[in-house]
Design a protein around this ligand. Structure first.
Ligand code: SAH
Length: 220
């Protein structure tokens, strides 16, 4: 991640990307504004400088990817983010999604299981100091962060093989989780929104997406 210039050209491409997300059905203007404020090219290798504003995923090392902007916008919109809410993210990756949530004023706790990606971020995160409301953790997202629970919202940005019960336990009643859940029939993931109720959960089903797998345990 490098802080090069955020030129007029970058800003123009970003504006176009935001317009295309609106055309693809993203309606939450707070999400679009946050994404418009964040230079996505700072999260990618400088080789991708010019194409950072295409609506596609990119490699970020360790076989992982930065999610497609449409996917980030889609998940963030489903999460209905409000200022001051406590949000747990599983799968920090490039930290782009986490930064969007922080820019929206949420208190963000994000976990990454790949030590190299976590260490890389510790060294290079370009917004150091700008978001005191964003905290990075190295660990296994299936375990969540019990000492910081309860969370208002949980967002999983890797393909979950099942609904992680420990993460549901760490949500407050009325809290919501947005999670791409493996669907064996489609060989991809169905986006779900889970709402925690006093006596269980409610599930809403959305579109199909393709994520890298959510894996258990830490990778050193
Ligand atoms: N939110 C990221 C997308 C990252 S891709 C972004 O905006 O760039 C998914 C990430 O989830 C990968 O970095 C992968 O290493 C991580 N991951 C997979 N399983 C995990 C787990 N159990 N706990 C924490 N992170 C996990």
């Amino acid at each position: 991640m490098k802080r090069t210039e955020d030129t007029y050209q970058h800003k123009g491409m970003r504006r176009q990307l935001i317009n295309s997300l609106r055309e693809k059905g993203i309606q939450d203007e707070r999400v679009l504004e946050a994404m418009n404020n964040i230079p996505r090219h700072w999260f990618l290798d400088s080789a991708f400088n010019k194409i950072a504003y295409e609506d596609r995923a990119f490699p970020i090392g360790e076989g992982q990817t930065i999610s497609q902007p449409y996917t980030v916008a889609y998940q963030t919109q489903l999460l209905c983010v409000n200022r001051g809410e406590k949000i747990l993210e599983i799968g920090t990756g490039s930290a782009y999604q986490a930064t969007v949530l922080a820019e929206m004023g949420a208190r963000v706790f994000t976990i990454e299981r790949q030590k190299k990606l976590y260490d890389h971020l510790q060294r290079t995160y370009v917004f150091k100091g700008k978001y005191p409301n964003l905290k990075f953790f190295y660990g296994d997202g299936f375990e969540g962060l019990p000492s910081f629970a309860p969370f208002d919202k949980v967002i999983i940005t890797a393909a979950a093989p099942f609904l992680p019960q420990k993460l549901i336990d760490q949500m407050r009643v009325g809290g919501i989780m947005v999670v791409p859940l493996d669907d064996p029939e489609h060989k991809s993931q169905r986006m779900l929104r889970i709402t925690k109720t006093p006596d269980g959960i409610q599930e809403e089903r959305f579109d199909f997406f393709s994520f890298v797998p959510m894996l258990s345990g830490k990778n050193h």
